[in-house]
Design a protein around this ligand. Structure first.
Ligand SMILES: Nc1ncnc2c1ncn2[C@@H]1O[C@H](COP(=O)(O)OP(=O)(O)OP(=O)(O)O)[C@@H](O)[C@H]1O
Length: 386
């Protein structure tokens, strides 16, 4: 290796590390013009004082549903005060109170002081009245509302806001899901369907060329020139297309760059990318575990063990079981569990008895992914029990 190709220890390959974070909003939204136009069309009646129209947004994970809605909502908020667009992440907020508190916080700019549902709804109504505005709510990952048993009540109340306050119009609802087997319209009961006439907006998986465009843009914005050679990008595009999830490509690029940076190299190689996925059958799992903290990874490891042993997978039972290994309280445990669900590694399904934990990947793949460690993680991989 030539000396000039080595980085000094205080140098970095990242021009802007934020670009690879899950919270980053891309400067340019590629290949979603049709969906943006469709959503804008549905919102337009609200600019003339009517209710916004409703939509169901469907598409596999990582196809830009959240990014598109956030982009459209930001433009609406910048252009008019007559429509209040509120984004709700239903993975986090799926009780009635949590959703209404989120809407109220958005409208008032601070958390509602009361924890009583009626009080919170009154505040929302008062703010909408003051502004003479129409409410538009995006329920992202609406499947979590179905699991929590709040989907129909919430839709009914939002779409018929005028039943509580005769001077208000019904809200518009954009319900989002990445579960293609789920029909959000069919999940609505009769009273909801009589007012819920959603337009279906589909987010198809990106083609390879489209993925290449999106990832090249990230590379340009986040890394110094020349860090990712074209052949390396080709490999990442190939793997991302296989998984049909842009998030996978972004995470692979970030992790491969961290590896090159750790070795003080100025360029990422195909081997860096292969090393990230080595031993883990699925590039998606490798990518999804790279951002986890050591605590989250340790919990994931235990969940894989539980799953392998055929033990009960209710969240409460898993908590009891992991107590022997991970000294964490319930709040931390649930926060880590939610993080694993957000990363798309586990599913938390609501049953009559509480939440059941489902591992999306084979336990052996998970062991391999956990053992690899993550950025800034000093701890060794999790030892197997017994
Ligand atoms: N068209 C695009 N242009 C630029 N970046 C994109 C585009 N589509 C997706 N991304 C990026 O891919 C990642 C995943 O996108 P996003 O969260 O919007 O997908 P999603 O369809 O909502 O996924 P999920 O169903 O899992 O919530 C984000 O980092 C986002 O910035």
């Amino acid at each position: 290796m030539r000396y000039s190709s080595l980085l000094r220890s205080d140098q970095t390959l990242f021009r802007d590390p934020e670009v690879f974070e899950s919270t980053y909003t891309p400067e340019h939204l590629h290949h979603r013009d049709a969906q943006v136009r469709e959503l804008a069309f549905l919102i337009r009646p609200a600019l003339r004082g009517a209710s916004p129209m409703n939509a169901i947004l469907r598409g596999p994970p990582g196809t830009g549903k959240t990014t598109t809605v956030r982009r459209v909502f930001a433009e609406v908020a910048a252009e008019t005060r007559r429509v209040v667009p509120v984004y709700v992440n239903c993975r986090q907020d799926h009780t009635l109170l949590a959703v209404y508190r989120c809407i109220s916080r958005h409208l008032s700019g601070y958390a509602p002081p009361s924890r009583h549902l009626d009080d919170v709804r009154e505040v929302i109504a008062a703010r909408l009245r003051e502004r003479d505005a129409r409410l538009l709510v995006c329920l992202d990952d609406a499947d979590y509302l179905i699991a929590a048993g709040t989907y129909n009540v919430l839709l009914y109340q939002l779409l018929r806001l005028y039943e509580g306050w005769s001077d208000l119009r019904g809200a518009g609802v954009f319900a989002v899901t990445s579960d293609l087997a789920l029909n959000l319209y069919a999940e609505a009961d009769g009273p909801v369907r009589s007012v819920f006439h959603p337009t279906e907006v589909n987010f198809w998986p990106y083609t390879k060329t489209e993925i290449r465009g999106i990832l090249s843009d990230r590379v340009r914005q986040g890394l110094y020139p020349g860090v990712v050679p074209a052949t390396v990008l080709d490999l990442v595009v190939e793997m991302t297309a296989g998984e049909q999830d842009v998030r996978v490509g972004i995470a692979l690029l970030r992790q491969a760059c961290l590896q090159a940076e750790g070795d003080s190299r100025r360029r990422v190689t195909r081997k860096d990318v292969m090393d990230v996925v080595a031993g883990v059958g699925s590039p998606a799992l490798a990518a999804r575990t790279t951002g986890l903290s050591s605590g989250e990874r340790a919990l994931l490891y235990r969940i894989a063990e539980q799953s392998l042993s055929g033990a009960e997978m209710m969240a409460g039972a898993v908590f009891e079981e992991v107590q022997d290994y991970l000294a964490v309280g319930k709040t931390t445990y649930h926060a880590r569990l939610r993080r694993l669900a957000d990363a798309g590694i586990i599913d938390l399904l609501h049953t009559g008895k509480g939440y059941e934990v489902f591992l999306r990947y084979a336990p052996d793949e998970v062991f391999a992914a956990c053992a690899r460690g993550g950025p800034g993680d000093q701890s060794p991989g999790c030892p197997r029990k017994g």
